[in-house]
Design a protein around this ligand. Structure first.
Ligand code: P6P
Length: 334
């Protein structure tokens, strides 16, 4: 039992900085601002049913999805917090067609999904915020899109906030994954998961099976049918859990083990989930927790991004389970 449990997020970040020489106070400022933004977003999410911010703005975002008012609000809140930290010179968001590029001396860039799973807002199911942070690599004063188009293994930090039965802040700076639970009586996040380690093998698979007939990979259809067969040795059949919000499904997979998938299908030839602000940050966290994150054909974190809103197939979770899915893909690949 970690004696650090209950430690406030701000103190934990300072302790972590002392443990990693060379880390300046940047992360403290960055994580503090992100945490504050998440608390403001959480306050709006918690009363979404009461305040007339439900329903659509009528606008369509770059994904071709109707934009919920809460999506726009969350984007504005997160963007302002990131800008006010003064540490970022480039920002990309699911809610913004173009990146925000600045020449403000910031040495970091961030990609985020301000409110993932927003279709769940109106039915009071968990939603979340996801963020991915890289170091600026371009030489000029002004940030460039290339600063945002870096492979996932170069992330210096990634995390998510899940607005569920409790509000949790989960992040990693490359030295393990840590979970903090918001305590309203204290008014801040307290360390509750120190650290998060994904089980080697799970018993839960998480995928929208309605798409199964359209999946590009025949091997995944065979794999999911295999999971349903009875076998004592491999503890099958697995059980199925699917929230329809990546943050919620990945959070459960991190804690309980198993596998989460959003495969490529005939409608979404590159999958539905976005590389920069969904697959990369979640893949980074899952690997930091001891798991694996693959497209089925390659490690997600090794993909060289080509565009801000690029999509990729996602298969992530416990090593045993991801390796088994990849094995089926290879076996049935034509
Ligand atoms: P489907 C939410 O809209 C999202 O982007 C992810 O959070 C989630 O995993 C996925 O889409 C759900 O998609 O097609 O199963 O509803």
């Amino acid at each position: 039992m970690s004696e650090r449990l209950g430690m406030p997020l701000s103190r934990f970040i300072l302790e972590e900085q002392k443990r990693h020489p060379g880390a300046r106070g940047e992360f403290s400022i960055i994580m503090e601002q992100i945490a504050i933004a998440s608390q403001v977003i959480a306050s709006h999410v918690r009363k979404a049913g009461l305040v007339d911010i439900l329903g659509f703005t009528g606008k369509i975002n770059i994904q071709g999805e109707k934009v919920q008012k809460l999506d726009e609000l969350a984007n504005r809140i997160f963007l302002e917090a990131v800008k006010s930290s003064g540490r970022f010179c480039a920002m990309a968001s699911e809610e913004m067609n173009e990146a925000v590029l600045m020449a403000n001396g910031g040495q970091y860039v961030i990609a985020f999904d301000p409110l993932d799973g927003s279709s769940n807002i109106d039915v009071n199911v968990s939603i979340g915020t996801i963020f991915s942070i890289h170091k600026k690599v371009s030489q000029g004063e002004m940030a460039t899109v290339e600063d945002l188009l870096q492979p996932g293994y170069k992330q210096v930090a990634a995390g998510y906030i899940i607005y569920g039965s409790s509000t949790m802040f989960v992040y990693s700076t490359g030295h393990g994954v840590y979970g903090f639970t918001f305590d309203p009586s204290v008014g801040t996040y307290l360390l509750s998961h120190d650290p998060i380690k994904i089980p080697e093998k799970g018993k839960i698979y998480s995928v929208n099976e309605a798409n199964a007939k359209r999946w590009v990979e025949e091997g995944l259809r065979k794999y999911v049918e295999w999971l349903k067969e009875k076998d004592e040795v491999t503890k099958r059949p697995y059980t199925s859990r699917y929230v329809g919000c990546m943050v919620a499904d990945v959070h459960r997979t991190l804690l309980k083990g198993g596998i989460f998938m959003y495969p490529a299908d005939e409608k979404n030839r590159n999958g539905k989930l976005r590389l920069l602000y969904e697959a990369n940050p979640m893949g980074f966290l899952v690997e930091q927790a001891g798991g694996m994150a693959s497209t089925g054909r390659q490690r997600i974190l090794e993909i060289q991004p080509e565009s801000l809103h690029q999509r990729v197939p996602v298969i992530l979770g416990s090593p045993y389970d991801v390796e088994k899915a990849v094995e089926f893909i290879e076996k049935y690949s034509d």
